[in-house]
Design a protein around this ligand. Structure first.
Ligand code: PMP
Length: 437
């Protein structure tokens, strides 16, 4: 590997203009004590930094790039789209084309609105739920992250957890007060809350497969309880599938649990690397949105033709066979990681669902946010940097998820398992604070 001097200098320069040198916090690598790598380009499963180093990428823009970087077909269609014009602020048939694909893949979404980020999707879905039910309280789960709108920045995962912020300064107290939070997978706490406050709750929003405290699947019983309690009390159930949509399974986490939420939010893969978010669901609820109804929603770049093209050209390449292949690769990788951890006597818990995977330096079980917090964060930080030195680019926090693409090769996967082995041999005992008995 070359020294990362160019990235260091680029970071110093960027820090003059952006708080912490970045435009989204976890990118700064602050919690892993490092200097972020500035990326020049990507192709397939690999990214290349501005010092000429090549990495096997499992971050993949935090999930969207299920076909890898610069997929030939996606690039071709985007080039065609850009030549026609970049934005009109008027309808195009591209929006309907993408919407038809979404309803066929995720049938609970009968009607939808296109937006430009996951944050916008969840924020709008919450407003819709409040307007539809005429209630103000919402329920979310500790360690779930739904973007950075005020009502949802309470006990959140992802960067909020990485930097140990409970509720961000700047969130009005009243809004935080309207957000009930309960531990993930805690069925009794959900029942108790609905028994006491059910008729005030507009909606429960949940990541059915949590991906913002590492990967933690909701249990079937937990999600079934959420479905039945919300129905019983006239609240809406929102599945935030910004991450798990097209990732946990082709048809989303909802297909794995056989649960139909009232509303679903999508993002990431649905735009194929361009800015797209979606909120949608029951037609009677969606019909309350302006101008069909009175609950306000709008966006200058909503349904942008380039963004729609990114989504269409990505979704049309997805199919069950491709998922079976990607899941096979995740199985090989995670089995390999567990095996080398065992051989090196390193306590580890590895979770994976579909094309999402993560690991915790924690003997487990890891079922909620409090369990993740027991992991060895210092060891994780050193380990992450060892992987980087070996050309493996993974999520820089235990509160994040790694992904797989259709482009990762057997060679990439074997290289990654070897890198885990080498890093464990180098760091175990000396740097670990948790040991096996
Ligand atoms: N919901 C979930 C489940 C997410 O994982 C994320 C982003 N990681 C968001 C919402 C917010 O999406 P965005 O960053 O596009 O605003």
């Amino acid at each position: 590997m070359n020294p990362t001097e160019n990235s260091k200098n680029a970071y110093i320069e960027a820090s003059k203009y952006f708080p912490g040198g970045v435009n989204s916090p976890v990118r700064a690598f602050k919690n892993v004590g490092g200097n972020p790598l500035f990326i020049d380009h990507g192709k397939g499963s690999h990214i290349f930094d501005i010092d000429g180093n090549e990495y096997v990428d499992y971050v993949l823009s935090w999930g969207p790039l299920i076909l890898g970087h610069a997929d030939d077909e996606v690039v071709k269609e985007l080039k065609g789209a850009v030549e026609k014009g970049t934005s009109y602020g008027a309808p195009t048939t591209l929006e309907t084309d993408l919407a038809k694909m979404i309803t066929s893949i995720v049938p609970s979404i009968e009607m939808m609105r296109m937006v430009s980020s996951g944050t916008e999707a969840t924020m709008s879905a919450i407003r819709l739920a409040r307007g539809f039910t005429n209630r103000e309280k919402i329920l979310k789960f500790v360690g779930n992250y739904h973007g950075h709108s005020d009502s949802l920045l309470v006990d959140a995962g992802s960067g909020v957890a990485t930097f140990d912020i409970n509720t961000s300064p700047g969130v009005p107290k009243d809004l935080a007060y309207d957000t009930y939070t309960v531990a993930y997978n805690d069925i009794d706490a959900v029942k108790e809350l609905f028994d006491n406050h059910g008729d005030e709750i507009a909606c429960a929003i949940v990541e059915p497969i949590a991906g913002n405290m590492g990967v933690i699947p909701g249990t079937q019983a937990f999600l079934d309880t959420l479905r039945s309690e919300t129905t019983k009390h006239g609240s809406l159930l929102i599945f935030d599938e910004v991450m798990s949509g097209f990732r946990a399974a082709f048809h989303g986490a909802q297909s794995l649990y056989n649960i139909t939420p009232d509303l679903t939010t999508l993002g990431k893969v649905v735009g194929g690397g361009l800015p797209v978010g979606v909120f949608g669901g029951r037609k009677d609820i969606m019909s309350e949105i302006t101008p069909a109804g009175k609950i306000y929603h709008a966006g200058t770049l909503s349904g942008n033709p380039l963004a729609m093209t990114g989504g269409i050209s990505t979704l049309k390449q997805l199919n069950d066979d491709l998922y079976a292949q990607m899941i096979g690769k995740v199985d090989t990788l995670t089995e390999g990681i567990k095996k080398v951890a065992d051989q090196n006597n390193v306590p580890i818990t590895v979770h994976h669902v579909g094309t999402m995977w993560s690991y915790f330096f924690n003997a487990g079980p890891v079922n909620n946010f409090a369990d993740v917090q027991k992991s060895d964060q210092k060891f994780f930080a050193k380990f992450f940097n060892e992987l980087i030195k070996q050309g493996i680019y993974t999520a820089p926090s235990e509160f994040e998820t790694n992904f797989m693409t259709s482009k990762h090769t057997d060679g990439d996967i074997q290289k990654t398992i070897t890198a885990f082995d080498v890093a464990m041999k180098k760091l175990r005992n000396k740097d670990m604070t948790q040991f096996r008995d």
